[in-house]
Design a protein around this ligand. Structure first.
Ligand SMILES: Nc1ncnc2c1ncn2[C@@H]1O[C@H](COP(=O)(O)OP(=O)(O)O)[C@@H](O)[C@H]1O
Ligand SMILES: [Mg+2]
Length: 580
């Protein structure tokens, strides 16, 4: 064991001997070059490699970890191992002391396990050190391991040549910015997981705020179901709440219309049939009317129950009445009456006015899409849809319609309008459990997850319950921003979707502090442990985080205010913005 001990103190470690120039050595890769990066004079030497297998290496520390001074190695730390051809970069996945000898602490062997992730080589063309993924020149036994210094960290995590956004700093060295790759992150769906209150929404805010200064023509729709994001982007967000939302019912496809209008019992099939006829009849009526004639589809084009063209609910009701008039007073009238009653309920309910409330039926599809998906952007690349006050069942419809519209818009615009849909509490809309949820929402999200990247529609899924999220949707996320996660089941799901090389890094998810995350996958060049920057006053608002210690010290509400609450309760469309 003594043989592994450092000859010198770690901090006073001498520079490794200069590498001999190796004119005859085979180049490790085309375009690459020789030995990479010489550690700086202040490089902190940690120990020596004692085992390498696959992409894993084990090193023995020169100094025991319990020593008061000297370098500390934590899981997630980035280390470098100079080899004759390159400087290999790895991330610590485990630290251990296999044979503890607690009495004579000094003689203990301390092991660190490394995931080898990339290497720094001197670029043949520019003669500058560059980082690249993959390791062409594996370390060997006896190679010295150093804590990555500022220069190595900057090289490994700065990705020159790729579009990046800075979202915080590396945990290991707060002076080194943490950057995410824009195209990889936004182009291929990403996941933010972590227990409630660990900073998921804030992390997302950091990410979006970092996008705004550089990407004036970004296109982001936040499905803000806790009304947290409205103040986070200054004047750069188009804020839409239920009183200003306009999502006419005639934009719904037939599956969504069915979910909104029909009941879930045995009568469903009959109701669906009637609904289909009524919708087709109403669409025809509208297209024959003077307003409809102006926008009639071209010759040869057919209108189906799914085509998003205007029609009037009053025409649907007229159709149902006409059918009712023809029927005897038998059981057959029941489904018609129920459908009619449902239409009337939705029309008269103020909570649904953004969808069913407009008396004027006009072809406003381009305006509706333009506002929602920021075409033109008009200095507001983000749409924040404040949905906290929307009743659960209709929330499903809204999310379904918005996601489907995003997808259809992407297809029909041939991918020229790339859009990111941010879905908070994603497990609620795309649950693993198929039975009891609104199917169109799940399908719309699944379709984006599976096919969205082809057309430029991406998802940011935020959840504290990855184990309850639809596994197919989860498996389509190429980047995971894993924050503190304490339940074993949820951790297991994140693991199952993580590349093998980075698995060990997930072991310490339960221990991550607030604002901390491990970022894995394609949105980063190497797995990294980061700290999101402090949002100060520009963060998510505290909705959903009731402060008991404050509320229980002051009389917050009196009888008169309670009357106001009751009134708002009964007429939710008059809910003031401050409540949403
Ligand atoms: N990056 C950050 N900057 C400032 N405050 C933060 C940050 N991350 C988290 N917080 C604090 O933690 C609280 C909870 O964060 P939040 O993002 O709402 O967590 P989650 O979405 O995971 O429930 C926030 O209200 C804020 O006070
Ligand atoms: Mg949140």
């Amino acid at each position: 064991m003594t043989a592994y001990r450092s000859e010198t103190s770690a901090r006073a470690a001498p520079l490794p001997p200069p590498m001999p120039s190796m004119p005859h050595s085979p180049a490790p890769r085309s375009g690459g070059s020789d030995r990479g990066l010489a550690p700086e004079a202040a490089a902190v030497r940690l120990g020596r490699v004692v085992s390498v297998s696959g992409a894993q290496a084990v090193a023995v520390l020169d100094r025991p970890q319990s020593a008061a001074e000297g370098p500390r190695v934590e899981i997630g730390a980035t280390l470098v191992v100079p080899t004759p051809y390159a400087t290999v970069v790895g991330v610590v996945s485990a630290v251990s002391m296999p044979i503890p000898d607690l009495v004579t602490d000094q003689s203990n062997v301390h092991l660190i396990e490394l995931n080898l992730a990339g290497e720094i080589v001197v670029d043949g063309r520019t003669a500058r050190p560059v980082f690249r993924r993959g390791v062409s020149s594996l370390p060997s036994i006896g190679d010295i391991v150093y804590l990555a210094d500022h220069q190595a960290l900057t090289l490994a995590y700065s990705h020159p040549g790729s579009a990046t956004i800075e979202v915080g700093t590396l945990y290991q060295n707060p002076k080194v910015p943490a950057r995410l790759l824009v195209d990889e992150l936004f182009g291929k769906h990403f996941l933010v997981v972590g227990t409630t209150g660990c900073g998921k929404s804030s992390a997302l805010t950091c990410i979006l705020q970092s996008v705004l200064p550089e990407y004036r023509f970004a296109r982001i729709v936040v499905l803000d179901i806790h009304n947290e994001y409205a103040d986070a982007f200054g004047g750069q967000a188009e804020i839409i709440d239920p009183s200003t939302l306009n999502l006419p019912f005639w934009l719904l496809n037939f599956q969504e219309l069915t979910a909104a209008f029909t009941s879930a019992d045995d009568n469903r099939e009959t109701e669906i049939e009637i609904l289909s006829d009524a919708v087709m009849w109403a669409k025809k009526r509208y297209s024959d009317s003077p307003a409809g004639r102006l926008r009639r589809p071209a010759e040869g084009q057919t209108i189906t129950v799914d085509t998003p063209v205007p029609f009037r609910l009053s025409d649907m009701v007229a159709y149902i009445d006409e059918q009712l008039g023809r029927l005897d007073r038998t059981l057959a009238t029941y489904s018609y009456k129920r459908l009619k009653a449902r239409i009337e309920t939705l029309v008269s309910d103020p909570r649904y006015s953004f969808m069913f409330g407009s008396l004027m039926i006009e072809d406003t599809m381009a305006q509706v899409l333009g506002r929602l998906f920021r075409v033109p952007v008009g200095d507001r690349p983000i749409t924040v849809l404040k949905l906290a006050a929307v009743p659960g069942e209709i929330l499903d419809v809204v999310i379904s319609v918005v996601s489907r519209l995003a997808f259809d818009l992407a297809i029909w615009s041939e991918g020229r309008l790339p859009v990111l849909i941010v879905c908070e509490e994603a497990h609620r809309y795309a649950p693993a459990e198929t039975s009891d949820r609104f199917l169109p929402t799940r399908e719309a999200l699944a379709r984006i997850a599976k096919e969205g990247r082809k057309y430029g529609v991406s998802l940011a899924l935020i959840t504290q319950r990855p184990s309850e999220l639809d596994p197919t949707i989860l498996s389509q996320c190429s980047t995971a921003i894993a924050m503190r996660l304490s339940t074993a089941r949820d951790q297991a799901v994140v693991r199952a979707n993580t590349h093998e090389g980075a698995l060990d890094l997930l072991d310490f998810l339960p221990l991550l502090g607030d604002r901390e995350a491990v970022v894995l996958g394609q949105g980063v060049v190497m797995p990294m442990r980061i700290r999101f920057r402090d949002l100060n006053s520009n963060g998510v608002s505290q909705n959903g985080h009731t402060c008991f210690s404050q509320a229980w010290k002051h009389a917050e509400i009196d009888q008169q205010m309670l009357e106001g609450v009751v009134q708002r309760w009964r007429t939710p469309s008059r809910i003031k913005n401050s409540w949403m």
